[in-house]
Structures are given as structure tokens and as C-alpha cells.
Design a protein around this ligand. Structure first.
Ligand code: C2O
Ligand code: CU
Length: 463
């Protein structure tokens, strides 16, 4: 097909995308010619109360072309919401789109009533109430509509939500203009600049829906942008908001200070940083040794051609920089698996379902009316997760700790995680403990096409 054949053979290549590539039908811009932008702050309408209008907009992503998108407040990425730990934030989402939507705060310790259950998608204005009783962290919000999360996020419905707290404020980390959220996504474009996304039924092998990959890498909605930087340390809040693409970022040492759920206890420096769909890495990068004019290119070691490039930094001036990365960033309780009350298995794999095939969890497609597990709040469980192919597994409500991984823990398994990348025939053990909120929550693959094709499970928490 014109969209390029999908292939699960390709899925098993070392580059490792369980996905299909969609090629743009427009001449791609020269990399590193567009300036990076940072999403605007969300609009406050009262203390700790934001309003976001979900509306159609036309934005310029590729220079000189107009791209119709679904937006939060007219921009892609959407505006950045900020919360203080423990201060309840309300976000009123006004709905002006032609499709039903529901918002999920990814990484939020959020009651079920505001967690954005997929079947709650509606064409309606809604208040989401976020207690944000959780450590400082880089969260993000995105659409979670049943069966349509992938196309709706692809078309623009994603933004940052940052939680700050006093503990983090007391650290000498880079801040202000040197604390920058970076949302990495891949997209493909039609001749007229509109986003190209395969229609349902395209690109299926049997009835499996592969993940969709674009050939243009966007950072904060700009193709292969250039970010002008001072010769200083920067904190980058990296988010992979791509539907299905994994990246291996290279180009400079990344000193990781935080993972999905907040600060690490101690920084860890990575020469290359793998980042799966849904994951965040808070890193500090240091340009202080570079002269004005120097350039640093961040590449994607899993990409080829246009998808092997991500963004470029250009050093503009020497400055005084008082920031530092302390040897100890925080302390948190590490769950002791010896005290776990139960072990639970979750298998993420393709399988037969009815007359066709689907992406399944424990052999079953998602049923929003069924609880696949019932879990008492406060009890520690060990979850054994296994996969057939690449599946980034996301757990709602509370962060998890990676206890073990087939072949040994990886350098990015540290910290409090809510999205854990698994490769083909992989196996991890997670320490999982839910707290505070009673209701139905989700566990799913964050390759959004897999999620939409039923690779999701629900668990009920109870007191
Ligand atoms: Cu980022 Cu249930 O999703
Ligand atoms: Cu998957």
C-alpha cells in the first residue's frame, strides 16, 4: 500500500519497532533549521484552577505548510499545567472538538473519578480534579478515548503537567529558562501538510494493528529543531509521546536525575538513553565546556535516515552558572519484595480472539466492564510481566519499582516508574502498591495502537 507494508518480521529486527512506518508525501525540511519552542503555560482562571479549551486548530509544523490538528488550547503540544505537591489542581476542559474525548493525567496519583477512563469519552466540558499529592515529577496529559487514543493523540492531544515541591526547589538544579520540557513525537505528512495516519484496516497483518511510526521527528511540535543554549547546565524533561516509536538518544552524556515518578535518589549518567512511548527521563546536560558557536546533535540510535536525527543544541554565549547536580537528590522507601502478599502474572502478547487476532493481556482483550484483578490498597504485590514483542507497559495510579529483568536490570530501570519498556520475549518483575484511591484503574501497553486494539487490563482497588 501507499502507506508502506506493515511487517512483524520488521518488528523483530534489532531496531525493534513493533510497528509500521508511514512515509510523508511532502518534501521534508532540512533538519536543524527550525527553532525549538517551549509550550506556553496553561491559562489560570483561579487559584490552582486551569482552563483548557479542546479545539480544532491549524498550526505550522513544517515550514510554510498548514497542519490541521486537534488541540488543547490551540497549540501542539498543549499548554503546560503546573501543580504544587499536595495542592489540588482543577483543570476545566472545555470541549469544542468534533470527536469525544477524555483526559488522562499520565503519572498522576489521581482518583478514579478524574483518571479519564476510556469509556467516559464524551463531547462535554468536564472538570478534572488532581490532588497532586505526589513528589515533584514530569507528568503529561493526553487523550484516552476508548479505541481511538492512537489517532487522537497523533492528531495533537498531548501536553505536559509538571508537579513541583519544596524538596526539589531546595536543590541547586538548573531552573527557569534552563529547565525545559521536550516532547518527542514522530509524524508523517500528506502533500497538503495534513497529518498522515493509516485508516483502520490499513497496515494490518491478519487483524493485528501494528504501531504507527512517522518519518519526521518532532520536538515540541517542531521538526528536528535547533535549541539555542547558554554554555551552562540544562535540565531537560524528556518525554516520548510518540504513538509507538522507541528512541535511543545519543550525542552527549545525559545525567539522569529523575524518572517517571520523580527524582532519583542519586544521579545516573547515561552515554545513550533509551526511551519508550510514555516514558519520561529528567536529565541534566552540561554545555559549560563548549565555546559559543559549538553545536551538539542528539541522534536516535534506533532510527535510520530522517528518523536517526532528533534535535541540535547551539551554544550562543558564555554565562555564569551556579547550578549543580547534587550526589543525593532525594530519599524514598524502596518496597521489600519479601513483604509482598501476592505475585501476579501479566502476559502481553498477540493472540486469537473471536474470529480474528488482537493484542491481548493474559489472553483476553480489554473489557471495560471486567476487573482483571482486585487489589487491596496498601498491599505490596509483585507483578511478573512478560511479552512476545516490544510493549511499553504503563500502570495507572501509583509508581512501580523494577525489581528484576530477564538478562539483568538495565541502567534506566532505576527509580519510580509508571511505564516500563519490555522487548521481545522479555520478562520483568515489578513491585506494585496502590494507595489512597478506590476504583477501577488501568494497566496497558503504551504503544497506542496496541492499546486501542485491546491490549489493556483493568484492576479494581478497594480499602
Ligand atoms: Cu499515558 Cu493509560 O496512559
Ligand atoms: Cu504493545
Amino acid at each position: 500500500s501507499a502507506l508502506g507494508a506493515s511487517s512483524f518480521g520488521a518488528a523483530l529486527l534489532p531496531a525493534g519497532q513493533t510497528a509500521q512506518l508511514v512515509r510523508s508525501r511532502v518534501r521534508l525540511p532540512e533538519p536543524f533549521t527550525t527553532a525549538l519552542t517551549v509550550p506556553p503555560p496553561a491559562r489560570l482562571v483561579g487559584p490552582d484552577h486551569y482552563e483548557v479549551v479542546q479545539r480544532h486548530a491549524v498550526v505550522e509544523i513544517l515550514p510554510g505548510l498548514r497542519t490541521p490538528v486537534l488541540t488543547y488550547d490551540g497549540t501542539f503540544p498543549g499548554p503546560t499545567v503546573t501543580s504544587r505537591r499536595g495542592r489540588t489542581t482543577t483543570v476545566t476542559h472545555r470541549h469544542e472538538l468534533d470527536v469525544p474525548t477524555v483526559v488522562h493525567l499520565h503519572g498522576g496519583h489521581t482518583p478514579a473519578s478524574s483518571d479519564g477512563f476510556p469509556t467516559e469519552a464524551a463531547r462535554a466540558t468536564r472538570d478534572y480534579v488532581y490532588p497532586c499529592d505526589q513528589p515533584a515529577a514530569t507528568l503529561w496529559y493526553h487523550d484516552h478515548r476508548m479505541d481511538f487514543t492512537a489517532p487522537q493523540v497523533y492528531r495533537g492531544l498531548a501536553g505536559f503537567h509538571l508537579v513541583h515541591d519544596d524538596e526539589e526547589d531546595a536543590l541547586p538544579l538548573p531552573r527557569g529558562d534552563r529547565d525545559v520540557p521536550l516532547m518527542v513525537t514522530d509524524r508523517a505528512f500528506a502533500e497538503d501538510g495534513s497529518l498522515l495516519y493509516p485508516a483502520r484496516g490499513d497496515g494490518l497483518t491478519g487483524e493485528y494493528r501494528a504501531g504507527v511510526l512517522g518519518d519526521v521527528v518532532l520536538v515540541n511540535g517542531k521538526p528536528w529543531p535547533v535549541m539555542e543554549v547558554d554554555a551552562a547546565r540544562y535540565r531537560l524533561r524528556l518525554l516520548n509521546a510518540s504513538n509507538a516509536r522507541h528512541y535511543l538518544l545519543t550525542g552527549l552524556p545525559f545525567t539522569q536525575i529523575g524518572s517517571d515518578g520523580g527524582l532519583l535518589e542519586r544521579p545516573v549518567t547515561h552515554a545513550e538513553l533509551p526511551i519508550a512511548p510514555g516514558e519520561r527521563f529528567d536529565v541534566v546536560v552540561d554545555f559549560s565546556g563548549l565555546a559559543p558557536g559549538a553545536e551538539v546533535t542528539v541522534r536516535n540510535g534506533l532510527g535510520t535516515g530522517s528518523t536517526a536525527l532528533v534535535l541540535r543544541f547551539r551554544v550562543t554565549r558564555r554565562v555564569r552558572d551556579d547550578s549543580a547536580v547534587p550526589a543525593v537528590l532525594t530519599r524514598y522507601d524502596r518496597p521489600d519484595p519479601a513483604t509482598a502478599v501476592r505475585t501476579r502474572d501479566w502476559r502481553f502478547s498477540r493472540g486469537h480472539h473471536g474470529h480474528g487476532h488482537a493484542w491481548l493481556v493474559n489472553g483476553r482483550p480489554f473489557d471495560p466492564h471486567r476487573a482483571d484483578a482486585t487489589i487491596r490498597l496498601g498491599e505490596l504485590e509483585v507483578w511478573r510481566i512478560s511479552t512476545d514483542l516490544h510493549h511499553p507497559v504503563h500502570v495507572h495510579l501509583d509508581p512501580v519499582h523494577v525489581l528484576s529483568r530477564r538478562g539483568g536490570l538495565g541502567p534506566t530501570d532505576v527509580g519510580r516508574k509508571d511505564t516500563v519498556a519490555l522487548g521481545p520475549a522479555d520478562h520483568v518483575e515489578l513491585a506494585v502498591r496502590f494507595t489512597d484511591h478506590v476504583g477501577r484503574f488501568l494497566l496497558h501497553c503504551h504503544a497506542l495502537e496496541h492499546e486501542d486494539m485491546a491490549m489493556m487490563a483493568a484492576y479494581d482497588t478497594h480499602a
